[in-house]
Design a protein. Structure first.
Length: 171
């Protein structure tokens, strides 16, 4: 019994070529580190390649790739949290921001808003951070976010909403 070509998925290279840039951008935004993002990118496509022969060729492969990337990010964050140490600041001075400044106003730096937003987003809980990236940077609908994060559509909406509320409150 011969397989029909219409039921075979497109070559894996085509899938990778179509989605590699946006997956890498997503991983860069979520991790904030180029080396970590590159490692997770490679692992995402290795896992996708291994599972590719078993997927539904008629399914939407974009959320599937984001699901793999998101799960790898969660695993990396969980592993890092296990290994991290608590560092206690010994000074009474306020902590510097990400650029090493103790005080900064929006007028001092043209890139202040982008840096500040990046800091605020990175401080969100993992699910909220990932949902914000999927919604506003990847352009996912709530059903796609739910599929990528392995949760209900209502939970995806709640994560985006809570994240936006926190960002607005701290901005």
């Amino acid at each position: 019994m011969a397989l029909e070509n219409s039921h075979l998925p497109a070559p894996f290279e085509e899938l990778m070529r179509r989605h590699e840039r946006e997956i890498m951008r997503y991983l860069l935004r979520v991790t904030g580190h180029r080396e970590d993002a590159a490692d997770l990118f490679q692992e995402t496509f290795i896992r996708a390649y291994r599972a590719y022969p078993r997927i539904n060729p008629d399914g939407n492969l974009r959320p599937w790739l984001y699901t793999i990337a998101t799960n790898l990010c969660r695993n990396r964050a969980r592993d890092s949290a296990r290994r991290s140490r608590v560092i206690i600041q010994s000074s009474d001075d306020p902590p510097p921001d990400a650029l090493g400044r103790s005080h900064c106003s929006p007028h001092e730096d043209a890139g202040y808003a982008a840096v500040r937003m990046r800091e605020l987003v990175s401080g969100l809980p993992a699910k909220q951070r990932q949902s914000i990236h999927l919604r506003y940077f990847a352009g996912f609908e709530y059903a796609e976010i739910a599929a990528a994060m392995g949760c209900s559509e209502e939970s995806a909406r709640a994560n985006v909403s809570q994240a936006m509320r926190k960002l607005k409150a701290t901005w």
